[in-house]
Design a protein around this ligand. Structure first.
Ligand code: NAD
Ligand code: UD1
Length: 339
């Protein structure tokens, strides 16, 4: 039996495929490369020394997706495929709703057709909105989302709940990620978005390698340790392992809808992240203080207790590890580009 990974050449998907292969799972990957590239396939094979099936498929393409289910014996799906840029989603809401929501509907209909009813879905802490508490527990439920990207995550969660209500044989696990950063220790795979990055670590990386002049720190007047925004950063390999734990537990669970936060439970400010990056990598990250970014809040931090108790999962890696691995990866990318 195989595990289908949608979006498996993307940032989190590729790290999860590595961990799955290292756990001797049979893996089938689909991706349309809208935000990744084919060379990731070889990188995964290089890291693991293992092979897997890959299909260049847009999950909106029902015929091609059905062919993947025809040709493989798939009993569970980890669903990463989706567009994820918050700012772009405000500019292109129809594209985001179509890709993320319709794509998920086509995937779920195809799964149902082939009697595959086990899915782990990439959700996000963004579904909590701004609950105004120090740590977000799953019991808070979904809040008000502030952009189309976040709304697609909240809507897909609701679709999955309604699906289970209509058919009690589904096993559904929704994982709410906090802020994934870092990279595989090999330096072969990581996060390197095209163009000017929106997120903090990809921006720091580009400043550190000299591709961008300086980082803008969005606001230093928040109610936090040093006035800058605090987030719960999680190493992408810890996050990938959260999926392995979730999937293996789901196999032992009764059908139902399960939801878990994947975060460390520890906050780190923008300035703390910059300072750690500079210190562990011995590199400068020039920055200036800039106005707050609209929509940002002071603190976003997980209460990871439920994942610890029920999945026996917690983060292992530190902020130092995340900074070292992010730097190791981007230095490699930069080296290849300049040769
Ligand atoms: P990513 O963009 O690196 O990976 C997503 C992958 O899906 C890409 O390889 C892309 O080419 C593929 N894809 C997109 N639409 C597709 C389609 N219609 N058909 C086939 N492939 C398609 O993003 P990521 O950071 O790895 O995120 C993975 C998932 O986790 C996404 O659903 C994202 O929304 C969610 N998530 C990410 C974060 C984060 O900070 N990175 C936080 C919370 C949730
Ligand atoms: C953002 C999204 C969130 C999404 C996540 C991963 C918003 C409001 N939230 O989370 O929905 O799930 O990305 O894609 O966009 N910062 C700077 N300078 C920068 C970039 C960021 O100071 O150039 C600060 C931010 O103000 C924030 C922190 O760094 O305090 C983290 O920002 P970012 O990496 O963009 O993640 P989030 O905003 O937490």
């Amino acid at each position: 039996m195989s595990i289908l990974v949608t979006g498996g050449t993307g940032f989190i998907g590729s790290h999860t495929v590595v961990e799955l292969l290292e756990n001797n799972e049979d893996v089938v990957v689909v991706d349309n490369f809208v935000n990744s590239s084919p060379d990731v396939i070889d990188k995964i094979k290089q890291i693991t020394g293992k092979d897997f099936s890959f299909y260049e498929v847009d999950i909106l393409d029902r015929e091609k997706l059905e062919k993947v289910f025809e040709e493989n014996s798939i009993d569970s799906v980890i669903h990463f495929a989706g567009l994820k840029a918050v700012g772009e989603s405000v500019q292109k809401p129809l594209e985001y709703y179509h890709n993320n929501i319709t794509g998920t509907l086509v995937l779920l209909e195809t799964m149902r057709k082939y009697n595959c009813k086990e899915i782990v879905f990439s959700s996000s802490a963004t579904v909590y909105g701004n609950p105004g508490v120090d740590k977000y527990a799953e019991s808070l439920g979904r809040g008000k989302t502030t952009n189309p990207y976040g709304t697609t995550k909240a809507m897909i969660e609701k679709i999955l709940e309604d699906l289970y209500t209509s058919d009690n044989s589904w096993k559904i696990c929704m994982l709410r990620y906090f802020n994934p950063i870092g990279a595989h220790k090999s330096g072969l795979i990581g996060d390197n978005p095209n163009g000017i990055p929106n997120n903090l670590m990809p921006y720091i990386q580009k400043v550190a390698v000299g591709e961008l002049k300086e980082l803008s720190v969005f606001g230093n007047d928040y109610n936090t340790v040093d006035g800058t925004g605090v987030r719960d950063y999680i190493h992408v390999v810890d996050l990938a392992n959260g999926h392995i734990k979730a999937l293996s537990k789901l196999k032992t669970y009764n059908p139902g809808v399960y939801v878990y936060n994947l975060g460390s439970g520890k906050g780190c400010s923008v300035l703390e992240l910059i300072k750690t990056f500079e210190k562990v990598n011995n590199v400068k990250v020039p920055y200036k203080i800039a106005p707050r970014r609209p929509g940002d809040i002071d603190v976003v931090c997980a209460d990871p207790t439920k994942a610890k108790e029920e999945l026996n999962w917690c983060t292992q890696k530190t902020i130092e590890d995340m900074c070292k691995d992010s730097w190791n990866y981007i230095k490699n990318v930069s080296l290849i580009k300049n040769n």
